[in-house]
Design a protein around this ligand. Structure first.
Ligand SMILES: Nc1ncnc2c1ncn2[C@@H]1O[C@H](COP(=O)(O)OP(=O)(O)OP(=O)(O)O)[C@@H](O)[C@H]1O
Ligand SMILES: [Zn+2]
Length: 745
């Protein structure tokens, strides 16, 4: 249900000076991701609303084209990091503020891990792409941080709220995919929208001046293989005489054979007269469509009318227009075509010569910001639109459509930023004031806010009730908390991931491994009988997997073997990149996720394993699954032992928990104790350790571990050998596996 609000009623609902509950802006720390159009507005508004601790991430440097709306930047800043300059400008505005820039990619920069996010009370996205938004969404879900996702497209904008388990997350609802590809037949034979003609014009540019070896360089000539075309062309030669004497000549081949003796008028007549006449011979295409009209250069200048169909709404609007926003006459487009063609031909000849003596490519690459490139596409697209009776498009709009540009409107950004700060204020007032717990006390006041020029609702700013999370959302449903795995993406191979981590360690049989980024890309298919060796040896970064990528490992019930152990099992893995790992096979599973993961294994077992808690002394040979369960039990027991130990030392009766579990592949020494010996019988004496360490230990032991649980602290304190608890789990399937309590070592 939508509640319409005008801006004054929005303001009335929020009492900025209400300090009775929740956190105050000056007590809170906020992370802003993106210092572009919305980001600049947002930082200014946050600073003026008394937010005093802000982190700013942006990967980009300042460009001249940013200066019109990203007002924290000036011409002298061009080329400098956006995050740094934005923070400097805010400091000048508000000297008492603590604002810290981070120049880096929020997705791939290993500085931005879970512990980084945990420093903040609230995260705000001011990003311009889905991938980065999805990543921040996942990170906030993982550490239960409130997130506001702000965005704008032209006159529309939004500030939506995301709280783990309480609202929809960014991925709860699949985003409608923007159509970026069009059927080849539509482009070559039967365009019906301006974008079809613009795509055709870009193909034409590539045919004439671009990389002819590029397989994406589509032919632009009429396609007689169009299934709609009953006329079945038998000839396969590039030059064919059609029934009524018109010639079909492939532009690609024509470029090679004829362009040496370049004549712009021949190019014009081939494209807009010969090819169109050939297309007209495909009678079936025009049974239910308007037949195109071929235009010949010699008559083209007489086509002075603006357009055929009364043209689009823009032309009727009384809004003043810049030259580039105006639709021109057909004769203007004819002239524009000839002029830009000549210009590009000269440039292309130069480029070919330059390539002979340098590393430059021997072809041109279309650039939306290059005037000749843009004029060529505008003119070609509009001539074709005219031929097919499609509305014409201004140069300004062609630039936006051909360059996939989403228009940025400074006023929308300012409104979105203002609303986002109000949202931030409301969220903070719902957070407990003196606690690091970020559970919201109430969602009552909170809504999503949309800015829309669609007046059917009678409001520009609309407040929409928060939606419940989607229970089957792969990112936020509680049942599927990901197991966090730290690896070095540039060293860790697909083989290590599949064979060592997923199959050996997680005990999955032969799962599909799917990249959970909405693309449905399958990394490894369970149906493949043989693994591609070359592929398995590739490192994960070669598959464009990144810090924060979630993999869904899914295994079906194996009815052939009727093996209950391998019934349907699902595990999500979240990959976290770290440069600090230098061993190509090493992986670290972070903290209690390991326990969650083993619990999942436990749940997936059909047979009921006995849960006899008492006989830790009676350690015996265990099968792999029993062993995993015992690790869980042992972990709990060790935590308890440790708690007692700690309590004795500190007189602290508060609960203690295990700081982290680390799993590494390292040669380990043989451990001997009264009861059992871990025999180093596996290949290379390599074992998996699971080490459970505690951050309260203070010794300088060189065997100390890195503290991975960010709840406790980021930097490690060395672990005293006598306090260290260690469980050694054998990586080798054939070996016996023992659990050993460190107190016995
Ligand atoms: N993965 C990322 N990590 C960090 N910052 C990012 C990431 N992706 C996008 N950004 C930043 O988000 C900001 C989005 O701002 P905006 O939408 O105004 O885009 P812009 O690149 O500044 O402008 P335009 O695209 O119009 O030239 C940019 O400054 C961009 O650098
Ligand atoms: Zn979700």
């Amino acid at each position: 249900m939508a509640t319409a609000l005008n801006s004054s009623s929005t303001m009335e609902n929020i009492n900025l000076s209400d300090t009775s509950i929740g956190k105050l802006p000056e007590e809170s720390s906020v992370l802003v991701v993106g210092a572009g159009g919305i980001g600049c507005e947002l930082l200014k508004s946050l600073a003026l609303c008394r937010f005093r601790s802000i982190g700013v991430i942006d990967l980009d440097t300042i460009e001249v084209s940013n200066l019109n709306r990203q007002f924290l930047f000036r011409r002298e800043h061009v080329g400098q990091a956006k995050a740094t300059v934005a923070c400097d400008s805010i400091r000048r505005l508000c000297p008492s503020i603590h604002i810290e820039p981070f120049h880096g990619d929020v997705i791939t920069d290993s500085r931005f891990d879970i512990s980084f996010y945990k420093q903040y009370d609230l995260v705000i996205n001011a990003l311009d792409n889905v991938q980065a938004r999805q990543h921040v969404n996942r990170m906030c879900l993982l550490c239960s941080k409130p997130l506001i996702d702000s965005g704008s497209t032209g006159y529309n904008g939004q500030a939506t709220l995301i709280f783990k388990g309480r609202t929809q997350c960014y991925d709860c609802i699949e985003k409608p995919k923007q159509q970026r590809t069009y059927a080849v037949c539509t482009i070559r034979n039967t365009p019906s929208q301006p974008i079809h003609c613009i795509v055709w014009a870009k193909f034409l540019y590539n045919q004439l001046f671009g990389d002819n070896d590029d397989p994406n360089n589509e032919d632009v000539t009429p396609d007689a293989d169009d299934p709609e075309n009953a006329y079945n062309e038998q000839e396969t030669t590039t030059t064919t005489t059609t029934t009524n004497g018109h010639h079909k000549i492939s532009t690609r081949d024509w470029v090679h054979t004829e362009l040496e003796e370049f004549h712009p008028i021949s190019v014009f007549n081939k494209l807009f007269f010969d090819d169109i006449n050939y297309l007209i011979t495909m009678k079936n295409l025009w049974e239910k469509r308007r037949q195109p009209i071929a235009i010949q250069y010699e008559q083209a200048f007489q086509l002075n009318e603006l357009h055929q169909n009364g043209q689009n709404n823009h032309e009727n609007s009384t809004m003043p227009k810049l030259n580039d926003q105006r639709i021109q006459s057909i004769s203007d487009y004819v002239q524009m075509f000839i002029d830009s063609l000549n210009e590009l031909k000269q440039r292309s000849d130069k480029q070919r010569k330059l390539a002979a003596s340098s590393k430059e490519p021997p072809f041109l690459i279309w650039d939306k910001n290059d005037d000749a490139d843009l004029r060529f596409v505008t003119a070609s697209a509009n001539l074709r639109s005219y031929i097919f009776g499609i509305n014409l498009t201004s140069k300004f709009d062609v630039k936006s459509m051909a360059g996939n540009i989403i228009p940025a409107v400074a006023t929308t950004n300012a409104i979105v930023a203002g609303i986002t700060v109000l949202q931030a204020r409301k969220i903070l007032s719902s957070l407990p004031r003196s606690s690091t717990d970020h559970t919201l006390t109430s969602l009552k006041q909170l809504t999503n806010v949309f800015i829309s020029t669609n007046r059917s609702t009678g409001a520009i700013i609309q407040s929409i009730l928060l939606e419940e999370p989607n229970p089957s959302c792969i990112q936020c449903s509680d049942l599927e908390q990901p197991v966090r795995v730290r690896i070095n993406m540039s060293l860790f191979t697909l083989y290590s991931l599949y064979e060592r981590l997923i199959r050996k360690h997680l005990k999955m049989n032969k799962p599909d491994v799917i990249i959970a980024d909405g693309s449905g890309r399958i990394l490894i298919s369970a149906d493949d009988d043989e693994e591609d060796e070359q592929m398995m040896l590739k490192t994960l970064d070669q598959f464009k997997l990144m810090n924060g990528t979630i993999l869904l490992c899914e295994e079906e019930y194996d009815d052939k073997t009727n093996e209950a152990l391998y019934q349907h099992m699902k595990i999500k893995l979240m990959l976290e990149h770290t440069d600090t790992i230098t061993d190509k096979d090493e992986y670290i599973i972070v903290d209690d996720q390991v326990i969650g993961e083993i619990k999942q294994i436990k749940q997936s077992l059909k047979r009921k394993l006995s849960e006899d808690d008492d006989d830790d002394d009676n350690i015996q040979h265990l099968d792999d699954y029993q062993n995993e369960l015992n690790i869980v039990k042992k972990t709990k027991k060790l935590s308890t032992t440790h708690d007692e130990h700690n309590n004795n030392n500190n007189n602290n009766n508060g609960p203690m928990h295990t700081s982290f579990v680390m799993l590494v592949d390292d040669p380990v020494p043989t451990h001997t104790n009264g009861h059992h010996t871990h025999q180093e019988t596996s290949e290379n004496n390599t074992k998996n350790h699971i080490q459970i360490c505690d951050d309260s230990s203070t010794s300088n032991d060189s065997n100390s571990c890195v503290i991975l649980d960010d709840d406790i602290q980021t930097n490690s304190k060395p672990v005293n050998n006598t306090e260290k608890h260690e469980i050694i789990a054998d990586d080798d399937d054939d070996d016996d596996c023992y659990c050993t309590d460190i107190t016995e070592l």
